[in-house]
Design a protein around this ligand. Structure first.
Ligand code: SF4
Length: 248
């Protein structure tokens, strides 16, 4: 008994703040500029065709990017480098304005205030390697503590406000994805989580693969990353809660 009390007083609160600041060991969005010749080398090294060169400039499709760093290695001059921030709120990311906005507002109080109601989520693994699913599992641990925001995973799409899709959609799961979406009550949202579900390029084009989730169902939010960090998923879910509130 005394040992338990001692431990409670000794250990601090395990739950942390949600942040998209990344870390020194984190590979974030690509920054910098260089000649078109080197940029062409960077683009050629990209395994998922996310790096697109236009003259002296380039764009990166962060829905497809797996943050592997090969484009940085291809630019031996270190003119193109990875930032350490989370990809979710990167300034070059114009495909996800909603999440950019949400990513800048990471204070817990603001997030709580946005959630005037709770959000019920049905997760569907459409063919993932399980990396996204492990990170998704971590959102419920004492550090990230997703339930403090009123977000709960449910066992049936009939009870869900949001369908969270991980993994590239495989032919075997295509029908399950369609049926899950059809079973959800209106208003409903779909979040494509990770490079496979969002970009669909990770495993190339084979007979077993349909591609990104938006080839099968309409997608409202994309969370980049391979896999996305739990904090990025949580910000995506909170942005979804805000979207849902506006739809009601
Ligand atoms: S980090 Fe990898 S996937 Fe992303 S643009 Fe560079 S080479 Fe392509």
């Amino acid at each position: 008994m005394f040992k338990v009390l001692e431990r409670i007083f000794r250990d601090r609160l395990a739950t942390g703040k949600i942040s998209l600041a990344g870390s020194d060991r984190f590979r974030g969005p690509i920054e910098g500029s260089t000649s078109s010749e080197i940029l062409a080398r960077c683009a050629a090294s990209c395994p998922v065709a996310a790096f697109d060169v236009k003259g002296e400039d380039y764009t990166i499709d962060y829905k497809k990017c797996i943050f592997c760093g090969r484009c940085v290695e291809a630019c031996a001059q270190k003119a193109v480098e990875e930032s350490r921030e989370d990809g979710l709120h990167h300034k070059h990311e114009d495909a996800m304005p909603y999440l950019i906005e949400a990513g800048q507002e990471v204070l817990q109080d603001v997030l709580r205030e946005k959630l005037g109601r709770s959000l019920h989520v049905r997760h569907l693994d459409a063919g993932s390697c399980n990396a996204c699913d492990f990170e998704m599992g971590a959102t419920g641990n004492p550090y990230y503590d997703l339930s403090r925001y009123g977000v709960h995973f449910v066992a049936s799409p009939r009870h869900a406000d949001l369908l969270m899709v991980t993994g590239v959609v495989t032919r075997n799961l295509e029908q399950a994805l369609k049926m899950s979406y059809d079973a959800m009550p209106e208003p409903r949202l779909v979040m494509a989580c990770g490079a496979c579900a969002a970009g669909g390029e990770t495993y190339g084009d084979t007979y077993a693969i349909v591609g990104a989730a938006d080839k099968v169902v309409p997608v409202d939010l994309y969370v980049p990353g391979c896999p996305p960090r739990p904090s990025a998923m949580i910000v995506g879910l909170l942005a979804a809660a805000d979207m849902l509130k506006k739809k009601l």
